[in-house]
Design a binder for this molecule. Sequence first.
Ligand SMILES: C[S@@+](CC[C@H](N)C(=O)[O-])C[C@H]1O[C@@H](n2cnc3c(N)ncnc32)[C@H](O)[C@@H]1O
Length: 284
Amino acid sequence: MTARQDAEASTEEHVAPPGAWDAIADGYDRYVAPQEAALANEALGLVDLKAGERFLDVAAGTGGLSLPAARLGAKVLATDWSPAMIERFEARVRAEGLTDAEGRVMDCHALELEEDTFDVTGSQFGVMLVSEQPLALREMVRVTKPGGRVLVIAYGSPAEIEFLQFTIGALQAVVPDFAGLPDDPPPLEFQVSDPQVLRTRLIDAGLKNVKVEASAERPAFSSGQEMWDWLMYGNPISGMLVADLTEEQRATIRQVLDGMLRERMGGNGRAVLTNAVNIGIGTK
Ligand SMILES: C[S@@+](CC[C@H](N)C(=O)[O-])C[C@H]1O[C@@H](n2cnc3c(N)ncnc32)[C@H](O)[C@@H]1O
């Protein structure tokens, strides 16, 4: 297999198991989740989460959405199938002294929770990437109270995601025939990148008054190394893509990213990338 076929095959077949997420949990907590706070707060505002409401986070990771919800005063249950992600979330809860937030290890395809329990059920970059998404969405609706809200934050069109363009460009510096991500079918991460598909899946899951708003994630980086860490700890798929590269090739990628980011940098020495996101909201 060529490097290109290999990369395409591994992204097409990619469903990272819980252990692969465990392995990146510390880095996810350090480099990735903090960059999501602005988007999470915007989405929680759109879904009108209020202090005292019961909030369930599905595929919560280290708390990119749960921690902002808890800071607003919601009663938070963060669930994820990766024990290490939940441990990192609980460490943050203790460090911040948040009294009404807890974590539980759980597969989002079979939530071990009573129906009609939560005022708001959300998932940021979580249910977006799971293998049986319609089932996972129905589970989110099942555990939400009648009249409660469901929130899904998912990447938009790959063509409008700058981190992908930067990463593909840098990879091509060392693997010139790397063709980018497959698009037929696309990786699971982009299964609802079309807002109409997201809307239809939310309606099919049993939601009413569905709306989908275009927004963006805007991570900021001061160096190629910083962006590399964000990429490698953001999703196990990144490590799979570079698994066959030498240390020298990886260093070249970081240098190329560094040059791209320097061209973008503002006066504060940070380059901000814009990654298209769709925020879907519906009522049970
Ligand atoms: C990209 S991270 C997003 C984490 C978090 N929601 C955030 O906003 O930072 C994806 C998360 O989904 C979790 N995940 C993937 N498949 C899952 C499943 N079937 N059930 C529960 N969690 C899952 C992973 O363990 C990982 O923590």
